[in-house]
Design a protein around this ligand. Structure first.
Ligand SMILES: [Zn+2]
Length: 630
């Protein structure tokens, strides 16, 4: 039965260009939207930009343009990025759109008429970065906890929304609907916040200090506070109050946000809706942050500037796969190019890419380039069951917004199919005519499995899904739904198979180093990574050092690498023993012990020649004693 599905991303604030966090949220929303469209649900997917407020006015001023020009400039960057990431939103909203301005004003008027907006005096500490007042107890050493800046003390008359009035209602609503805010940790965070008395929300800014906003309908000397304006986009986009879309989609609204905007979405927004006589949204889905260490990234693999650039370097579907597979929804994740390349090589190039290319190559060779004709009795029960299990698991993963779990389930099926090849060894049957029936059955089962994979991955990697369907000769009218996955007879015998380009070429990890080898440096013969990995390099802290008696060159050094060691190093002409103590250096920890002038040395330090003599390798940053060096 077709259902309705409404998914929103936050509307992104136009004070900065798009980054990895925006990309992640929006791609998750896109996968959910594609999945529900595939299932035949009536789907509406909205993203957009948030364009009013202090920060935009200030940024425009410093750029020497009007706030509207500034907002136009950044908004278009977001709008243009989404197609590049294969994001297929149904609507793009801007808070400067005329219909949005009207909706905000009508809701303000409604809440005002109901007596939930009042005029009052406000004084307090105002952080421009946060665009809000802080209570003294909320400040950390007198500074904004988010911006570490000293807020200004301001005193002004403003309009307030009676948020406090809805505190009990909100607590009860959250408790009665345990999935209202999910995952659970964020529900608990909101409930913890609601244990303290809820303050009323200041929802206006006097035009004497900010003009860039929506004018209050009941006092034209004020504009609307940016959050009270922005949140309303979720109903503007579906034609609140009287539109057909609003009736259809609002009861199933799914909001998707990062955890930094939990409070406006978990507290302001439901109480605003309640005051305006609108039912609460269905679910607030909250994810964590992507932590990316840019300096680490560029150091280790060379030339990557921004995470978004990895899309151009390694391909869009690999980029989408990595984001969706690596982040456990709700928790923080680390973004690094190494992790990306590792996933690309193992999951995509090895598991999926090889499965497709092996299967197509064999099918073309053994089946005359066509889908073979095979009787139903020859359908492999185990593969069909495995496909069915993937369908169940994917469905339940989507139900709980755990997209990483959906991908794990799909890869289980891919691996079952890879095992099927290994166990049946089609290549051993290829030469003997009497095995022909068996061979055709194996090839058909593999092609049917690829079809199942193509449908399963379609919401995540739409481009790759299409390529696989094309290679296995599945027509454009292929039924794409979970229910169609286990239809093993959906491939037409005689359809042409096509060998495509490698879906995910393997990325050689030492690509950058290889480039350097072409230079004129006289190098030792190449080794592979395994050989290098046999060398155990460690961070060593020097505990004590003294000259080896009767030697003018050898220093006996006591180091700590998690255990104490003595090493002997020939650096006595370049270093004084007393200057060595406390230094952190690099040693080869698994070098066979050797005796030098009667002193046993267990390990060797690393050093290089310079014009002024030897220099011992050390660290730019604080390294941990005993840490491995890679
Ligand atoms: Zn702040």
């Amino acid at each position: 039965m077709a259902k309705a599905f409404y998914i929103t991303t936050p509307i992104y604030y136009v004070n900065a260009s798009p980054h990895i966090g925006h990309a992640y949220t929006t791609i998750v929303a896109d996968v959910l939207a594609r999945f529900h469209r595939m299932e035949g649900d009536e789907t509406f997917f909205v993203t957009g930009t948030d364009e009013h407020g202090d920060k935009i006015a200030a940024a425009a001023q410093s750029a020497g343009i009007t706030p509207q020009e500034y907002a136009d400039k950044i908004s278009i960057q977001f709008r243009n990025l989404w197609p590049e990431l294969a994001v297929a939103n149904d609507y793009f909203i801007r808070t400067t759109d005329k219909n949005h301005v009207e909706t905000v004003r009508s809701i303000l008027q409604k809440v005002h008429d109901a007596g939930d907006i009042y005029f009052g005096q406000y004084e307090g500490y105002y952080c421009v970065g946060c665009e809000r007042f802080y209570m003294e107890k909320e400040l950390v050493e007198g500074k904004c906890p988010d911006h570490q800046t000293k807020p200004e003390y301001r005193k002004e008359s403003n309009y307030f929304f009676r948020m406090s009035k809805y505190q009990e209602w909100l607590i009860n609503h959250i408790k009665a609907n345990p999935e209202f805010i999910r995952p659970e940790r964020y529900k608990n965070e909101v409930l913890a916040f609601l244990r303290e008395p809820l303050e009323d929300l200041c929802i206006s800014r006097p035009k004497t200090r900010l003009e860039w906003g929506i004018t209050l309908p009941f006092d034209d000397k004020y504009v609307t506070y940016v959050w009270f304006d922005a949140l309303i986009n979720y109903v503007t986009a579906i034609d609140y109050p009287a539109g057909e879309k609003f009736k259809k989609f609002w009861p199933v609204a799914e909001h998707l946000i990062a955890k930094d905007i939990l409070k406006p979405h978990g507290i302001y927004w439901p109480t605003m809706l309640k005051a305006a006589g609108i039912e609460p949204y269905q679910h607030l889905n909250v994810h964590g942050y992507w932590n990316s260490d840019q300096s680490k990234m560029s150091k280790s693999l060379g030339n990557v500037v921004k995470p978004l650039d990895l899309k151009d370097k390694y391909g869009l579907d690999a980029f989408r796969y990595f984001l969706l597979r690596d982040m456990v929804f709700g928790l923080d994740s680390n973004f690094s190019e190494e992790a990306f390349v590792q996933r690309l090589n193992s999951d995509l190039a090895n598991d999926l890419g090889n499965l497709v290319s092996r299967t197509i190559t064999m099918a073309i060779k053994y089946c005359g380039g066509m889908v073979p004709k095979v009787k139903k009795e020859k359908y492999d029960k185990r593969l069909q069951d495995a496909a069915q299990k993937a369908v169940y698991d994917v469905e339940s993963a989507f139900g709980e917004m755990a997209l990483h779990k959906a991908l794990i389930a799909i890869w289980e099926f891919i691996n079952t199919t890879n095992k099927y090849i290994v166990e049946n060894e089609p290549w051993t049957l290829g030469n003997d005519e009497t095995n022909k029936g068996k061979l055709m059955a194996i090839m058909y089962n593999l092609l049917a499995s690829l079809r199942a994979v193509a449908i399963l991955i379609a919401p995540f990697m739409p481009g790759t899904s299409q390529k696989i369907l094309h290679e296995i000769g599945a027509g454009d009218n292929q039924q794409m739904s979970l229910a169609a996955i286990t239809k093993w007879d959906a491939l037409t015998a005689g359809s042409t198979l096509t060998r495509g380009e490698s879906l995910f070429p393997r990325v050689e990890k030492d690509m950058t180093e290889k480039v350097e080898i072409k230079s004129a440096v006289d190098l030792k013969p190449e080794i592979d990574y395994e050989e290098f990995a046999r060398v155990d390099l460690r961070v060593a802290t020097i505990l004590a050092a003294e000259m080896v008696p009767k030697s003018n060159k050898l220093i006996k050094i006591k180091v700590d690498i998690g255990e104490e060691r003595t090493i002997v190093a020939g650096i006595g002409k370049d270093y004084k023993p007393e200057d060595m103590v406390g230094k952190k250096i690099v040693i080869v920890a698994n070098l066979k012990p050797a005796k030098l002038m009667g002193v046993e040395s267990r390990g060797m330090l690393l050093a290089t020649d310079t014009a002024e003599g030897l220099t011992v390798l050390s660290f730019d940053r604080e390294a941990k004693t005993g840490a491995k060096i890679r």
